[in-house]
Write a protein that binds this ligand. Structure first.
Ligand code: C2E
Ligand code: MG
Ligand code: MG
Ligand code: MG
Length: 292
């Protein structure tokens, strides 16, 4: 039998590995300290209803406000937090902070917005998730129906029965459930329908294709129609242009989120945004008169 030991490569590989490991350890430790020291912050991105452009919600998006490096985006640290398990206490902080913020805005008389919170895979597999969500709702005293948990296809693809049980437990708390980045995984809406999911968030990739691509339009249209036929609502992510919004409206998409309406903003800026926001900027003065 041939020994498959590339001895001559071990030295190089080793050095590269240990560099990566030490860098990761540094990041890991910094993340832990940042959580302890309150260096994480939630930004909020507006979500509006396409029918009348009314502001209906906001997605909470985590940022790391690093003392030296400035604001760091989640792609830079969520994967490490996920691998090390720090995402569990971090995710708890996100849930508590978002719920508390919603309470503050409600108390300040800002219209009752829905808040979307991202849940990571590791958090989803944590045995205490439902309890953590219930505690965050109870402590803040918010209406659970205004909290939306964003899950991904891969979480729901994993283990059928356990997943169904957890989702039912979460839904029983009164929160709503969304599928984030829909279309980037390999699940079908027909499969996802067995879960108590309320909303499908159409991934930015399909929205981007809307403008210049007949296929892009066909895909978005298909997702929206199928979601509706399965009694699910649709939110399009990453809407940057009025042309995209118009196409989505024509296809019956329920809500949009994206730079066209607003970027994710720190709390104080979002409060100002929400107070000054006017539907008429987008719908030509025809403010919706329906109440929900
Ligand atoms: P996501 O949940 O799909 O969030 C949407 C991302 O798209 C956000 O990136 C947002 O800033 C960006 N975005 C929104 N509108 C537009 C647009 O019009 N154009 C473009 N180009 N981008 C747009 P962000 O904030 O960097 O977050 C990236 C991802 O990190 C999120 O994707 C989510 O998966 C994850 N994440 C963010 N916050 C949390 C959190 O608190 N917990 C967990 N577990 N994950 C989080
Ligand atoms: Mg999300
Ligand atoms: Mg998304
Ligand atoms: Mg995304």
């Amino acid at each position: 039998q041939v020994k498959r030991q590339p001895d001559n490569h071990v030295g190089f590989f080793d050095a590269a590995m240990s560099f990566a490991v030490s860098e990761r350890l540094t990041l890991e430790r910094s993340l832990k300290d940042a959580l302890r020291d309150g260096h994480f912050e939630l930004f909020y991105q507006p979500q509006v209803r396409l029918k009348d452009y009314r502001l209906v919600g906001a997605e909470a998006l985590i940022r790391w406000r690093h003392p030296e490096l400035g604001v760091i985006a989640p792609d830079k640290f969520i994967p490490v937090a996920e691998e090390t398990g720090l995402i569990v206490p971090m995710g708890r902080w996100v849930l508590e902070t978002a719920c508390r913020q919603m309470r503050t805005w409600t108390d300040q008389g800002l219209m009752p917005l829905r808040i979307g919170v991202n849940i990571s895979g590791r958090q989803f597999r944590d045995a205490d998730l439902a309890e953590t969500v219930a505690a965050a709702i109870a402590e803040s005293g918010i209406d659970a129906r205004r909290l939306d948990l964003e899950l991904t296809e891969s979480m729901l693809m994993a283990d059928g029965e356990g997943t169904l049980k957890l989702l039912r437990e979460l839904a029983a708390l009164g929160v709503t459930l969304s599928i984030d980045d829909f279309g980037t995984g390999y699940s079908s809406l027909a499969y996802l329908k067995r879960f108590p999911v309320n909303t499908v968030k159409i991934d930015r990739a399909f929205v981007r294709d809307l403008d210049h691509d007949e296929d892009g339009r066909a895909i978005a249209n298909a997702i929206i129609s199928l979601a509706h036929s399965l009694s699910m609502k649709t939110i399009a992510e990453g809407v940057e242009t009025k042309a995209q919004a118009a196409l989505l409206a024509r296809h019956g998409c329920d809500e949009i989120q994206g730079y066209m309406i607003g970027r994710p903003l720190p709390v104080a800026d979002f409060s100002v945004f929400a107070r000054n926001y006017q539907e008429s900027t987008y719908n030509g003065g025809q403010v919706g008169d329906e109440t929900d």
